[in-house]
Design a protein around this ligand. Structure first.
Ligand code: ACO
Length: 329
């Protein structure tokens, strides 16, 4: 199991931002598009509405700009832009390139596709780059799932929506925020949830549900073990927002009460790569996270992928400066 090396240069989140398209589709709206009803969707998923429209690059630029403004970081100093998405605007190039141009950044830019685990994959990747010398990274998670969802199919059409969430990650003195992490994939379960190129999402709902509960709990446990903490130490879980029953069942396995989770899926639906940063921003905006508290990010998705990270919230930790760099020997 990977362990975060104690000698590695760490990072802290210094700003965050979100973007949701204006257009909202409620459960009641869906009743005229497929054989379903508002009460069933709310009871079986916890979702009341979702946002549709926009482009992956457009929403990413909006959330990314908000995160940059919030952090106060000069965009010219961003080293790298990582965009987690499973719905790029084009097959080629990476949507990160379009976002880079829109934000006026001069840096490396690439997409990460790990479905709904994508943003946690990107966050862990960004920490690795900072350990290797990068100083400021913009980590965005965005999906425009309306482009690959059949809104006449009640099996999938009730679940998905569009959105974006972003954070600015800056190098810190010392070990930084991330105490432990886990990245997982079970390729043998690929057929449970997929979309062909140019196609729509096809899903075996019960199979995804069953695997998701186990995968989330297993991945979270590995991340906590790698951080050397236990479930009782976690102040807030920031889970992938797929279905309230999946979140509740996986937290049950972990022995963490549901009121210790940040939940936004009632108003966003499943926004894939955007769902963890949207839930993080919501908790921060509501002052649910205090300095020094432990957060557990946990995602799962098609692949089937899973990713978790344990973070000690410490926005005021001293930032790395050239002066704090160790002398070269
Ligand atoms: N509206 C009304 N009734 C419905 C609907 C609907 N949309 N869908 C199914 N039903 C009916 C079924 O016909 C069935 O009726 P019956 O008992 O008379 O046969 C009953 O409701 C129960 O059907 P199930 O398929 O067992 O419903 P379930 O409780 O499993 O809920 C759901 C379905 C919501 C899809 C659930 O399985 C689920 O959330 N699965 C995980 C999906 C998921 O999280 N996907 C995203 C993964 S992340 C990523 O990478 C994108």
């Amino acid at each position: 199991m990977p362990r975060t090396p104690t000698a590695a240069r760490g990072a802290i989140i210094t700003g965050w931002g979100t973007a949701l398209p204006d257009k909202v589709v409620t459960n009641v709206d869906l009743e005229s598009m497929m054989d379903t009803n508002d009460a069933w969707i709310r009871e079986r998923t916890g979702i009341t509405q979702r946002h549709v429209g926009g482009t992956t690059a457009g929403l990413s630029a909006e959330a990314g700009r908000a995160a940059l403004d919030h952090s106060g970081v000069d965009p010219a100093t961003i080293d790298t832009l990582i965009l987690a998405t499973t719905t790029p605007d084009r097959t080629v190039p990476a949507s990160a390139s379009t976002v880079q141009e829109a934000l006026g950044l001069s840096c490396g830019a690439f997409d990460v596709n790990a479905a709904c685990s994508g943003w946690v994959y990107a966050l862990v990747t960004a920490h690795g780059l900072i350990a290797m010398g990068a100083e400021k990274i913009l980590v965005i998670g965005t999906d425009t799932l309306d482009r690959i969802t059949d809104y006449t199919d009640r099996n999938t059409g009730i679940l998905f929506g569009n959105g974006s969430g972003a954070v600015v990650l800056e190098a810190a003195e010392g070990a930084g925020q991330m105490l432990g992490w886990d990245l997982d994939s079970v390729g043998a379960a690929e057929s449970a949830l997929f979309a062909e190129v140019g196609g729509v999402l096809e899903m075996e709902g019960r199979e995804v549900f069953r695997r998701a509960v186990r995968l989330m709990a297993d991945s979270a446990t590995k991340a906590m073990e790698s951080a050397g903490v236990v479930a009782d130490d976690i102040s807030l879980v920031v889970p992938h927002q797929a279905n309230i029953r999946i979140i509740s069942a996986s937290l049950d396995r972990l022995g963490i009460p549901l009121d210790r989770a940040s939940i936004v899926l009632d108003s966003t639906g499943n926004t894939s790569s955007a769902s963890v940063p949207l839930a993080l921003a919501d908790a921060l905006d509501k002052n649910r996270i205090a300095d020094g508290e432990l957060l557990l990010f946990v995602g799962f998705g098609a692949g089937m992928s899973a990713a978790s990270a344990v973070v000690r919230w410490s926005p005021d930790a001293p930032l790395f400066t050239a002066r704090s760099a160790p002398e070269a020997s």
